[in-house]
Design a protein around this ligand. Structure first.
Ligand code: NAD
Length: 344
């Protein structure tokens, strides 16, 4: 089968991760870099691929069987729409859009064109996350009852020199980080029915939150609590313990705790907790391990994108998923602003 030619639009941090992933996946290769900067021209020269200035040039070039949109949030929808209208399948980074209205517009374009779009919530491709989902499906947990999720990240001052990271519609740890946790929780529990949120910017004083807490009630039952901060010290976050990001250290802790009616699990250490008989808090629980083979989710996401382009698989994280995750984040902010729970 002919090799799939993949263009990377946006040669920044995550664009670089996608380029590295392309090298690890058979049957796919980098065909062009689309980014107006001189730095991107150097990256393209170093990788021996054409350097193009914008998505229109890419479409005219005919160089892409698929394209990855790794640009700032506000460009995801215009670039995504241009690709879909040109019949080019897209892997669009999270958050899928800059606003819910734009996200809904993109979703409509996916439906109108029938061209597939995958959203870059890469954790869903992690074999550990897929093993948890499989264990939910085979009844190993019983029904999921609660989740406790924490994301503590001490981001350095220079991180906030980049304007979009502190701008209201684009920045803040809810949209930058917690949206991945929301995607995981929706993957495990299903859709969210009601959200209660609290946010504060008391530590950094930026226009966006530096702490947030949320309670999610799920339609099929179960409650999750989440806290996130980019101003507190502590290793308790999935990003600082899963080893998924080559840019971040890995600490031996867990940041997600899930309790079901039959068993519990902590992630990412994947300890699987069961009772020897009928559940009874007076009996010591047994600690096992979830069975899976660890692997980097980014190349797996890329291989899945290849299968999506070839029409062999449907996007595991659809545009509708990306928009649903944004609805939950918006509801957390709305609940915090209005001081009341918000129904979804
Ligand atoms: N999945 C993840 O875990 C993950 C991690 C980091 C970033 N992201 C997402 O990826 C996106 C990019 O983030 P980043 O940290 O790599 O940003 P970045 O600033 O490092 O890189 C963005 C690049 O896009 C280029 N660009 C800007 N406008 C463009 C346009 N119209 N056409 C082509 N190129 C353009 C810029 O020149 C820059 O090189 C964001 O939406 C972010 O939320 C996702």
């Amino acid at each position: 089968m002919a090799e799939l030619r993949i263009a990377v639009i946006g040669a920044g941090i995550i664009g670089g991760t996608h380029m590295a992933s392309l090298e690890k996946v058979e049957g796919m290769s980098l065909s062009a870099i689309v980014d107006p900067t001189d730095a991107a021209a150097e990256v393209a020269a170093a990788r021996g691929v054409p350097h193009l200035r914008d998505v229109e040039e890419l479409i005219a070039s005919g160089l892409a069987d698929g394209a990855i949109v790794a640009t700032p949030n506000e460009t995801h929808v215009p670039i995504g729409e241009a690709l879909l209208r040109a019949g080019i399948p897209a892997l669009v980074e999270k958050p899928v859009a800059n606003s819910i209205d734009e996200g809904e517009r993109l979703l409509k374009t996916v439906e109108e064109t029938g061209v597939p779009l995958l959203v870059g919530h890469h954790r869903r491709h992690n074999p550990m996350i897929r093993a948890v989902r499989a264990a939910i499906d085979d009844g190993s947990f019983g029904r999921l009852v609660t989740a406790n999720v924490i994301a503590t990240m001490a981001k350095p001052a220079f991180y906030f020199d980049v304007k979009w990271r502190i701008a209201e519609r684009t920045g803040g740890p809810l949209l930058i980080n917690m949206i991945h946790e929301i995607d995981m929780l929706r993957f495990f529990f299903g859709e969210v029915a009601q959200v209660t949120g609290r946010v504060s910017n008391e530590f950094r004083g930026n226009p966006v939150e530096d702490i947030a807490a949320a309670i999610l009630n799920f339609r099929q039952g179960g409650i999750a609590t989440l806290t996130v901060t980019d101003a507190g010290c502590g290793p308790w976050s999935y990003d600082l313990s899963s080893g998924e990001s080559p840019r971040l250290p890995r600490h031996d802790i867990s940041a997600h705790l899930y309790a079901g009616t039959k068993a519990g699990i902590s992630l990412p250490d994947a300890s699987f907790w069961t009772y020897p008989g009928t559940p009874d808090w007076a009996v010591e629980m047994q600690r096992g391990k979830l069975d899976f083979t660890p692997a980097d989710p980014f190349p797996l996401q890329m291989a899945h994108f290849g299968a999506v382009i070839r029409g062999e698989e449907k996007p595991r994280v659809s545009c509708a998923d990306g928009v649903a995750n944004m609805h939950v984040i918006a509801a957390i902010k709305q609940s915090a602003a209005e001081g009341r729970p918000v129904d979804l």
